[in-house]
Write a protein that binds this ligand. Structure first.
Ligand code: PXG
Length: 467
């Protein structure tokens, strides 16, 4: 139905209008317009339905965000109630609203360590931009305004604003729309399967952490403001750091008095089996960014949790921080996020991921897909997983990136009722946290079929996969 005049709208009409007027994110518009967009009409639990009536199992929780699953009426009810009572007021001019304040209190409680203060924004990118400005401001307040450099990693994703793009390590993004923001440095990523060159995971963890120390020494320790990393690199292909990596990174940050920032936009709110990825990897960050699972994607809202060191300095000595967004702490988004947190807590969703469904997904993936000729390696923890598609798994030989093997596999998934995302030649999964074991079985059945179909497509193109 058309939301405006209640007339039924034909899918073909929507597609035609979409092609005429809608520019999609991260999309080759010409290529999309040639085939037309898929229209998603409704969703329930872990399933989506498109306009042709196909039922699709959503192995990506939307875009890594619908943690409590689709169709939770409680969130809709809370949104309606809040809209009726107070649809909007800002938090700028010496004012607040109850939902914003309550949410700050809740987030201070669920975040680890001394992250006791919360700054609100509306997207992960805005949270990251907030961190860039806040960290640089912190060093100004501390009398070291020369500490500007932010260090991140190749193949990291920290959003799509100019700040997030510059801080992130996506080379394709850096090539468009420059110049990037100055003062951003990048080091190698801890991608053991693809880049370890024969080192054991433990050795490779140290090699990658050492790259941070080398970069700090090259830039000059007194010029570095912060190191920023996702506990697990999500959009980079679920690059899961080998054992010892985060402990070594943290030690180096402390040695040079560099702030440590965890970008928890994907890992936050249960994805890895704890409230935050920082807990899974025993990281004690000075600041964290969060978005996505904060509201399970039901409303756009993000936040930065700030540890006592930075918050106390900014509060005591910083005066006004000239930063914020019209919708920072939006009352409807905050009320929905509060309800989402209540469900996560009261239904013990995160404990279920940690104890039941997370280990089950990881074990079943390895058991049922690990032996497939295309699957070189599977990694992940909790309900986030990535697998490398390899041309010859015995030698870790990956496919030429021009082949776009991930897209071939992704398209088979799309056609067979499964959303599984491709990141280059890696396939990734991040289903809603409420997925059941039976639904995990169904997801893996479908993934297996699609891997077989990918081998067939490659054979049709004359490309052999080593058995
Ligand atoms: N940090 C991380 C770690 C993210 O994953 C952002 C920041 C930016 O969040 P916003 O809300 O501004 O999008 C993200 C977002 C993908 C994909 O295709 C991943 C993200 C966003 C869109 C697509 O994997 N992650």
């Amino acid at each position: 139905m058309n939301a405006i005049n209640k007339e039924p709208v034909r899918s073909d009409d929507i597609r035609a209008l979409d092609a005429e007027h809608h520019l999609h994110p991260f999309t080759d518009t010409q290529a999309l317009n040639n085939k037309g967009a898929r229209i998603i009409e409704r969703a329930e639990g872990v399933y989506l339905w498109d306009s042709e009536g196909n039922r699709i199992i959503d192995g990506m929780a939307g875009l890594w965000c619908v943690n409590i699953g689709y169709g939770r009426k409680e969130l809709a009810d809370v949104a309606k109630e809040q809209m009726n009572q107070l649809p909007y007021y800002n938090t700028f001019f010496q004012t607040t609203t109850n939902p914003a304040t309550q949410l700050a209190k809740e987030l201070a409680a669920v975040t680890p360590g001394d992250l006791n203060h919360i700054f609100f924004a509306n997207s992960g990118s805005e949270a990251i931009d907030t961190i860039i400005r806040m960290v640089r401001r912190y060093w100004e307040v501390e009398g070291k305004p020369w500490r500007k450099v932010m260090i991140s990693r190749n193949n990291a994703y920290h959003g799509s604003t100019i700040g997030g793009t510059s801080l992130g390590g996506m080379s394709a993004m850096h090539k468009q729309g420059g110049p990037m923001v100055p003062g951003m440095e990048h080091i190698r990523q801890p991608y053991w399967y693809g880049e370890a060159d024969g080192q054991s995971p433990e050795e490779f963890a140290q090699t990658c952490a050492q790259a941070l120390e080398e970069k700090i020494l090259q830039v000059g320790p007194d010029n570095v403001a912060a190191f920023v990393g996702e506990p697990i690199q999500g959009a980079g292909g679920v690059i899961t750091p080998p054992p010892g990596y985060w402990a070594a990174i943290q030690k180096i940050c402390r040695k040079y008095d560099i702030l440590l920032v965890a970008d928890e936009v994907i890992c936050g709110f249960g994805r890895t089996g704890n409230w935050f990825g920082s807990q899974t990897f025993d990281i004690k960050p000075d600041l964290i960014s969060m978005a996505k699972g904060l509201s399970s994607g039901y409303q756009p809202i993000s936040a930065v949790a700030v540890g006592d060191r930075v918050a106390n300095a900014l509060i005591a000595k910083g005066g006004e921080f000239f930063h914020g967004f019209t919708y920072s702490g939006h009352p409807v988004a905050a009320a929905v996020a509060l309800e989402n947190l209540r469900i996560l807590r009261e239904e013990r969703v995160i404990e279920q991921v940690r104890d039941e469904t997370g280990p089950y997904l990881q074990q079943q993936l390895r058991e049922r897909l690990g032996g497939h000729p295309l699957v070189g390696h599977i990694e992940g923890v909790g309900l986030i997983a990535g697998m490398a598609l390899a041309q010859d798994k015995s030698t870790h030989k990956l496919f030429d990136s021009n082949l776009d093997v991930g897209t071939i596999c992704r398209n088979h998934c799309f056609a067979n009722g499964l959303i599984m995302r491709a990141c280059g030649n890696r396939m990734v999964l991040s289903p809603p946290l409420v997925i059941s074991k039976a639904e995990i079985d169904e997801l893996i059945d479908k993934a297996l079929t699609c891997l077989d179909l990918t081998v067939k497509s490659l054979a049709d193109m004359g490309i052999k996969v080593a058995q």
